[in-house]
Design a protein around this ligand. Structure first.
Ligand SMILES: NC(=O)c1ccc[n+]([C@@H]2O[C@H](COP(=O)([O-])OP(=O)(O)OC[C@H]3O[C@@H](n4cnc5c(N)ncnc54)[C@H](OP(=O)(O)O)[C@@H]3O)[C@@H](O)[C@H]2O)c1
Length: 336
């Protein structure tokens, strides 16, 4: 089968021919039909995660997929050959930029019935990010106000829809050309981050939660738009000690992350708010709930463009170039 592998941190991913994997007892073999392409693929390639999540190389790249079950491990009862499934495999397992992928059963769910496999492949990373941020960490409640930075991006476009479903009102930052698009997704208030200062715009009208997709200055400034007790959940900026626990790292790494995030956490404490970093984890159970929300018409996949699987490195370049609305997906069936 064909796959795109990382042979050395920093090197471009390379197309190789390799044997079809054999599923372990609690794994499902999936013929990949579509795979979402993410900023994380570049971060993995560049070695940004290697201190916390070291990989044995070479390794097949790619974090999410949809496809058809072609075999199941001997202890798998949840899925059968022919099922159409989707998954986020995780930062260590990866492996989705391949024609056939062995996926841990706990990471998988049946894809939403109402969307095709391309739409399904666009969802796992961004929908799990929105879910784990807004529901599991943020406990977003009806009537609350949330600020979603980068509402037109992969994560932002799903987070707006999910926050509206949870009964929150949504403020979002995007460039002016995307204002109408995010309003269609449900945003109540749109701030052009290029011309407007969101701190000034929200002065006197604070939010309960911020989903920060940007990091850096945006994170620090976001602490100032929260009501007392509110939380900034960062996904692109400073990691905090929770990540060491998640990675199963030792005390030294945890201490390093505590020191790294100290200025931000200290600033948050002074303002009576808090900062949490989220690094998503695979969760088939949450993907089942998300599939239900898609089928109820609550969430719709947002796919900017679809490229043939052969062009996966080009698809990654396009993700990094920015300016996409929602996701970039590659497919092994470009003719359909
Ligand atoms: N920690 C995790 O588990 C996790 C999970 C998923 C993603 N992430 C990270 O989250 C980030 C976003 O991912 P994505 O897939 O949503 O990216 P994306 O699809 O490329 O979207 C980026 C968005 O950011 C907007 N933007 C650019 N500069 C901005 C600024 N200064 N202020 C506000 N918005 C700005 C863009 O808006 P315009 O196009 O309108 O300019 C666009 O909507 C990436 O860094 C990714 O690695 C982390």
């Amino acid at each position: 089968m064909k796959a795109f592998v990382l042979e050395k941190y920093g090197a471009p991913m390379r197309e190789v021919a390799m044997p079809v994997p054999t599923p372990g007892p609690r794994q499902v073999l999936v013929r990949m039909v579509a795979a979402g392409v993410n900023h994380a693929d570049e971060r993995t390639r560049a070695g940004e995660f290697k201190a916390l999540f070291p990989l044995t190389l070479p390794r097949v790249m790619g974090g999410e997929l949809s496809g058809e079950v072609v075999a199941v491990g001997e202890q798998v009862r949840e899925f059968a050959v022919g099922d159409e499934v989707y998954a986020y495999t995780g930062v260590i397992a990866m492996g989705t930029f391949a024609e056939v992928v062995a996926v841990d059963v706990d990471a998988l769910a049946l894809k939403p019935a109402s969307t095709d496999l391309v739409g399904a492949a666009s969802l796992p990373v961004v929908a799990l990010t929105a879910w784990q941020a807004l529901v599991e960490i943020g406990h977003l409640q009806p009537g609350q106000r949330v600020l979603v930075h980068g509402g037109s991006g992969g994560v932002g476009s799903v987070a707006i829809q999910l926050a509206k479903h949870l009964g929150a009102s949504v403020v979002t930052t995007v460039s002016a050309g995307n204002a109408e698009f995010v309003r269609e997704l449900g945003a109540d208030e749109v701030i052009d981050y290029r011309t407007d200062d969101f701190v000034a715009r929200l002065a006197g009208n604070p939010v309960d939660l911020v989903l920060d997709t940007q990091g850096g200055d945006t994170t620090t400034k976001s602490l100032r738009v929260l009501r007392p007790g509110g939380t900034v959940i960062g996904i692109a900026g400073t990691p905090d000690p929770h990540l060491a626990d998640q990675a199963g790292a030792g005390k030294l790494v945890k201490l390093a992350l505590a020191v790294l995030s100290l200025p931000l956490r200290r600033r948050a404490r002074k303002l009576g708010v808090s900062y949490r970093f989220l690094f998503i984890h695979p969760a088939g159970q949450a993907l089942r709930t998300i599939a239900g929300l898609v089928d109820q018409g609550v969430l719709r996949p947002v796919v900017d463009r679809v490229l043939p699987f052969d062009e996966t490195p080009e698809a990654l370049k396009q993700v990094l170039a920015g300016g996409t609305r929602g996701k970039v997906v590659v497919t092994t069936r470009p003719d359909r």
